[in-house]
Ligand binder design. Structure first.
Ligand code: AMP
Ligand code: MG
Length: 316
């Protein structure tokens, strides 16, 4: 691991599929090539996160953002007004967008942001592709606002840490979904709701109370639900089921089988999870999933499989 102000070393690490931590104006991000399933799986593994929530893709410009997402009038208005800056926009994913399905948690929407921090801008320009980056801390720990925080928590797991000094905002980005009309506030953060409402000339949805409960981002968080039925912890597939296998001991099956990791590697399994689910969903009406051990990334894989098996609940 190098702690460096050398942007090109960090860009090289990203190109090699490794992780690089970098400062943004909100907090330090743990970046990986958003188009690489393996790099994105490595982000989750490094954080020790028990859930695969969709990540924010960082890009250098609105133009680059538009190659990943579909920007309607509202999204254009917000991007032009607040980018670069601490505002994340959720928009429909471009059909030909190369971003990893694991990074968007299998959703057909995508969260995009153009950060303002000069080091982040330089890194994104040098890398020249979308960078998936959650905050660069271990799951459950405080978000890092200095390079030293990242080194203490993730030093052994990243190829480079770009040291840009303390971050200025220190708060996460505000997340606005442009999938609704009016757009909705999914997470409060570095840009105030009032400023967004003033820019749009209308009130944002979200932040309301429904059935006595606040509509918090966690509760609003949609998740990928296959159309096919999904049976978990299957020892063997039944007639008509496609098999989502894991590990070397795969039961004999005449139908379709996709293996998350023939060697039983959980990082490889995470990298394949959504791509395999999408492919099985397109080709089969019923999917049986073999047991995945509840250790390491297995916890997050099982969490997603359980959500995918119970697709009609939004309150997760
Ligand atoms: P963080 O891990 O702090 O970078 O936060 C990422 C957050 O962005 C997730 O927890 C989601 O709440 C939100 N997010 C990312 N992508 C989407 C999406 N496609 N739809 C809704 N929310 C999203
Ligand atoms: Mg975080």
């Amino acid at each position: 691991m190098v702690q460096t102000s050398d942007i090109s070393a960090a860009a090289k690490a990203l190109k090699a599929g490794e992780l690089a931590a970098f400062p943004t104006e909100t907090v330090y991000g743990l970046g990986g090539d958003a188009c690489s399933d393996t790099a994105v799986a490595a982000i989750f593994a490094a954080k020790g996160r028990p859930q695969f929530n969709p990540l924010i893709m960082h890009v250098e410009s609105l133009e680059k953002a538009r190659s990943c997402g579909v920007f309607g009038d509202r999204a254009m208005q917000l991007a032009k007004h607040f980018w670069p800056g601490p505002l994340t926009l959720v928009v429909p994913k471009q059909p030909d967008c190369a971003v990893s399905l694991l990074a968007t948690a299998g959703l057909d929407s995508i969260a995009l942001r153009v950060p303002a921090h000069p080091a982040a801008c330089q890194l994104l320009k040098a890398f020249a592709g979308p960078v998936a980056a959650p905050s660069a801390n271990l799951s459950g720990r405080l978000s890092p606002t200095q390079a030293g925080h990242v080194r203490d928590q993730l030093g052994g797991k990243v190829a480079a840490i770009v040291d840009g000094g303390p971050t200025s905002v220190g708060l996460e980005s505000t997340i606005v979904s442009c999938l609704t009309e009016p757009p909705s506030l999914l997470r409060a953060g570095g840009v105030a709701r009032e400023d967004i409402e003033a820019a749009l000339g209308l009130q944002l949805a979200g932040g309301e109370i429904e059935d006595g409960k606040p509509l918090s981002p966690g509760q609003l968080q949609h998740h990928y639900a296959p159309e096919a039925s999904l049976r978990l912890n299957a020892d063997a597939p039944e007639e008509g089921e496609a098999l989502l296998a894991f590990g070397p001991a795969v039961p004999a099956h005449g139908g379709l089988i996709l293996n998350l990791s023939p060697s039983g590697d959980l990082v490889e399994a995470a990298a394949n999870l959504f791509a395999h689910l999408h492919e099985l969903d397109a080709k089969a009406q019923a999917i049986a999933a073999m047991r995945v051990p509840e250790v390491g990334l297995g916890e997050a894989i099982n969490d997603r499989l359980r959500r995918a098996a119970a697709p009609r609940t939004l309150d997760v």
